[in-house]
Ligand binder design. Sequence first.
Ligand SMILES: CC(=O)SCCNC(=O)CCNC(=O)[C@H](O)C(C)(C)COP(=O)(O)OP(=O)(O)OC[C@H]1O[C@@H](n2cnc3c(N)ncnc32)[C@H](O)[C@@H]1OP(=O)(O)O
Ligand SMILES: O=C([O-])CC(=O)C(=O)O
Length: 366
Amino acid sequence: MEKTYSPGLDGVIATETQLSFLDTVNSQIILRGYDLIDLSKENVYLDIVHLLLNGTLPTNEARKALEDDLKQKYVIPQAIIKIFKLLPKNTHPMDGLRTGISALAGYDEHIDDRSAERNMERAHTLLGAVPTIVAASYRVLQGQDVVQPDQRLSYSGNFFYMITGNKPTPVQEKIFDQSLLLYSEHEMPNSTFAARVIASTQADLYGALTGAVASLKGNLHGGANEAVMYMLLAGKDVTGFEKLLYEKLANKEKIMGFGHRVYMKKMDPRALIMKEALKVLCEEKGDDLLYRMCVAGEAIMEKEKGLYPNLDYYAAPVYYLLGLPIEIYTPIFFSARTVGLCAHVVEQHDNNRLFRPRVNYVGERQ
Ligand SMILES: CC(=O)SCCNC(=O)CCNC(=O)[C@H](O)C(C)(C)COP(=O)(O)OP(=O)(O)OC[C@H]1O[C@@H](n2cnc3c(N)ncnc32)[C@H](O)[C@@H]1OP(=O)(O)O
Ligand SMILES: O=C([O-])CC(=O)C(=O)O
């Protein structure tokens, strides 16, 4: 049989899924039948968690029960905090996160049980623990004290608090929660593919997510949000940012936060929501410099390359104005994506076939 080769697996269908689909024609991100963009206007992150793991949007009671359950799982083993203390201080928070998730596997007494029930329990354990791992590994590596979780806060409010040590204002909490919702699930990005490939050997959820962290760190993927912020800071103001972008384009460099394998010639619909959030935060601050810089960058990229922003382009300045440390932007993305990854691994284990593609051999033969 003739086999086709598509570099980067562009356009290749890797799996069947009931979880999500990017409908680029209608600029919709379908999650179990609902449009994530619609949901981002009325719903909260935990609704998406319920939708992805249970198949339905929660009632108020079900949302509360979910949140109460996750709250019981916030505290991570003290030994994992000790491991963070042993890491070299220049360890990137994504590598701290990868180490923390990997270490959780040892605490699972049923590690060899891949049933949907056990995987669902593990998903809850991870959803409770990952924000704590993100915040604690970052703070330990910075030489700061770990902020203990505060169960009186909402799930997102507590995550924000554990990172910054400050309780968010209602506006900060709403926008932070919305960003988590937008990052929660996105069909078949590199990290989700990596997780499903790993899970397809019957490897466990922790292993699959550990691999996904490694994938998400790269700046062609999740690492772009951090890179966007460094680029904006290097630009300093609108003129400086425009000059920087023209220089990068002249050097044939990739501009972080633009382009997308699936959307490429269209705006990522999630970016629009974060663009609106950026406007709100700028208005609140009484300083719209970051907004004007981003809009100027968007215009240059459209004119010069016909490329549009992806979510990372607008999430980065939003996180900056929320007062979040730059090195933690990608770990936050991962934390939000934990639910999507868990749902994909559950689905993979439930209906598994080992991923094992072939190659076009172009080497020599004796
Ligand atoms: C939430 C997320 O993870 S979204 C992704 C975040 N990543 C980024 O923002 C990194 C910047 N963007 C990119 O590198 C790419 O657009 C990717 C990796 C996202 C998609 O890559 P691919 O689908 O493989 O497209 P590819 O890299 O082949 O680009 C196609 C063409 O567009 C150009 N291009 C794509 N993105 C960019 C960009 N950001 N800046 C400049 N040129 C770009 C490429 O140079 C290439 O041009 P050519 O055909 O003249 O060589
Ligand atoms: O879909 C992709 O390739 C990358 C992305 O936007 C995401 O993971 O949110």
